[in-house]
Design a protein around this ligand. Sequence first.
Ligand SMILES: NC(=O)C1=CN([C@@H]2O[C@H](COP(=O)(O)OP(=O)(O)OC[C@H]3O[C@@H](n4cnc5c(N)ncnc54)[C@H](OP(=O)(O)O)[C@@H]3O)[C@@H](O)[C@H]2O)C=CC1
Ligand SMILES: O=C(O)CCC(=O)C(=O)O
Ligand SMILES: [Mg+2]
Length: 422
Amino acid sequence: MTVGEKIKVIDGKVATPNNPVIPFIEGDGIGPDIWRASERVFNEAVKKAYKGSRQIQWKEVLAGEKAFDQTGEWLPQKTLDEIEEYFIAIKGPLTTPIGGGFRSLNVALRQELDLYVCLRPVRYFEGVPSPVKRPELTDMVIFRENTEDIYAGIEFEKDSKEAKQIIEFLTNTMGIDKIRFPESSGIGIKPISKEGTDRLVRAAIEYAIKENRPTVTLVHKGNIMKYTEGAFKQWGYELAEKEFGDKVFTWNQYDRIKETEGSAAANKAQDEAEKAGKIVVKDVIADIFLQQILTRPDEFDVVATMNLNGDYISDALAAQVGGIGIAPGANINYDTGHAIFEATHGTAPKYAGQDKVNPSSVILSGTLMLEHIGWKEAADLIVKALEKTISDKTVTYDFARLMDGATEVSCSGFADLLINNL
Ligand SMILES: NC(=O)C1=CN([C@@H]2O[C@H](COP(=O)(O)OP(=O)(O)OC[C@H]3O[C@@H](n4cnc5c(N)ncnc54)[C@H](OP(=O)(O)O)[C@@H]3O)[C@@H](O)[C@H]2O)C=CC1
Ligand SMILES: O=C(O)CCC(=O)C(=O)O
Ligand SMILES: [Mg+2]
């Protein structure tokens, strides 16, 4: 076997050798089935695209159940060190116990490496079964903040010393009398910072500019959580105007024009901005957003939101274009260049070891990774093969159960077909 070389990040740009070492985490549950299938597809696509002159040297790093069985640790420091050293990694899903036990290893990886953007593109592949009438209208890219929020795990159990201390502080020092049942409350804390918001919204707008996306929508629940979600909206608008100037037109600008010159002038200003190719930065409250993505999905392009909202939105949008079996993602720090690519779905334990589930989410996460390292030709081959395989109606169980005249194939069988169609 040839020895691989390290990917480097120079001045924020990824420099990829012809034989990059890329660490992978196989994952729990369905992870091993999916990884085996995906790895073959990646290798064949790279071989075909570059006629053997390029090859990925996969390096397994441990996390989750496999790590615990082999090392006694769920997330060994060595794994974090190696991903940090090699910059780019890809992972299968990892189990998180509910209501107790260790905290999410997926979240820990994102926090430890400060991978502040969870990027989740949502697009329709012709022929995929969908619960909506016009699934092709859904074409969005979610920028989900990945390190803060109530999601990030600052939580204290009911009756714990910490929960009692916080409740005592809130009640006696802060004069809060709205904790309905102070004797039996667990406590969760939701930090949302200006720095965290700025870097997330900056990445979303930069992406919209680069990819010619007409709008960036800030999704928040700022009417209720004013100083966290409401601040996210406010800081987002401020950053857009301050850093992107005349490349954007914000709904804050719209409101200011409306206030001084009236609605007609504000509408005209927005029309002119759109005609001039400026990106419209707008906002929507999270609950109505979940209705509007169903009723008028074509009004949304790039979506920037906080961690918990982004989690719900990711799965809801995935459903519109065929489900969680075809929902890729990436966790990225655009400043250090570190990135871990991973599917949106979890370990689907009831299907573990059955060679049954759809490997497309990890495979498409891999195409994001190939594009990220500059190997677009290989990524394009995989996307085309996926389109062909779906249009042939040879699909895994999740699609087969909703498609007329489909032939159901296994997870590995689907990978075989993709490879034939490369
Ligand atoms: N990033 C990560 O590693 C993530 C980890 N998790 C963890 O995964 C575990 C299980 O979570 P759960 O809530 O059940 O969510 P999952 O995403 O694991 O599974 C829920 C359902 O989604 C469908 N599904 C998931 N993956 C696929 C696939 N590849 N192909 C086809 N269908 C698929 C199945 O639907 P059906 O039953 O209809 O066939 C499955 O039962 C938890 O421990 C959770 O914390 C969850 C999300 C992300
Ligand atoms: O870490 C987990 O177990 C769940 C993560 C998750 O749902 C997500 O990132 O979308
Ligand atoms: Mg999720």
